[in-house]
Design a binder for this molecule. Structure first.
Ligand SMILES: [Zn+2]
Length: 87
């Protein structure tokens, strides 16, 4: 087996596009800067969403319970729907 390039790290799969690539340094998880940018953007968006969920969109618990009742859902169901982005 002969490699065109010197391989210093084992190939791994890109966290973004799932392509296999050989990282240039141990902390590299993406095949390209585009994939890294995409991943970071998604992750920060996800973090924003979770932050919002933690703050419950500035809605109080009783307000959420009231809204859930209006939609004919239990509070748990309502929150689950919101987490899925359905409400
Ligand atoms: Zn990629």
């Amino acid at each position: 087996m002969h490699y065109k390039y010197k391989i210093e790290f084992d190939p791994r799969k890109c966290k973004c596009c799932n392509n296999e690539f050989v990282p240039q340094h141990h902390a590299q998880h993406h095949c390209s800067t585009e994939c890294r940018a995409t991943y970071n953007r998604d992750r920060s968006r996800e973090r924003d969403r979770q932050e919002r969920m933690k703050r419950k969109g500035n809605k109080s618990l009783s307000q959420l319970q009231r809204e859930a009742r209006m939609l004919g859902m239990s509070y748990g169901m309502y929150v689950a729907q919101m987490q899925k982005g359905a409400v």
